[in-house]
Design a protein. Structure first.
Length: 162
């Protein structure tokens, strides 16, 4: 269609469209978490860095980025979880010969539930829960190190609303 007329080459569906669609879908979640963390961040250390003649680049990497890192990690973990389990978006943008784990599981369910389908679905659940629990544990551990009482995604959102 339109892209073929503009670029002169046909862009087919495949893994690149799956990655692009899931990235666009999940970027809003990451931006929400990073924005919440950024609005609750203490600006006095950034101003102190500028007063001590710190360059903007150095101030970002030594002051701002370490404070934003928990939100970035939380956004990555939640985005990974949503993308790993997403069936609907993947169904619309996959091409011939491309298959993801959710597409495989739902394709197998049409033919009948087999022990292999149950095993793959259980592994998906186990991987998703493991990633989320490890991420929550890391965020809670970092919050304790920084002296905060609340850790994790819920703590970041609660700090923003306070």
């Amino acid at each position: 269609g339109i892209l073929t007329n503009i670029t002169g080459s046909e862009i087919g569906f495949g893994y690149h469209t799956i990655v692009g669609a899931l990235s666009l879908f999940n970027i809003s979640l990451v931006m929400l978490l990073v924005r919440a963390r950024l609005s609750g961040m203490d600006r006095t250390m950034v101003e102190a860095s500028y007063d001590l003649f710190g360059t903007p680049w150095r101030t970002f990497w030594q002051i701002t980025f370490p404070q934003l890192l928990p939100a970035i990690v939380a956004g990555f973990l939640l985005s990974f979880t949503f993308a790993f389990d997403d069936y609907l978006i993947t169904t619309f943008v996959n091409g011939r010969g491309t298959s993801t784990i959710p597409l495989y599981v739902f394709g197998q369910i049409r033919r009948g539930v087999t022990p292999a389908t149950n095993a793959v679905a259980a592994l998906m659940l186990l991987i998703t829960l493991t990633v989320l629990l490890v991420g929550q544990w890391l965020l809670t551990r970092q919050a304790r190190r920084q002296g905060g009482s609340r850790g994790g995604v819920a703590g970041m959102v609660a700090e923003t609303n306070a």
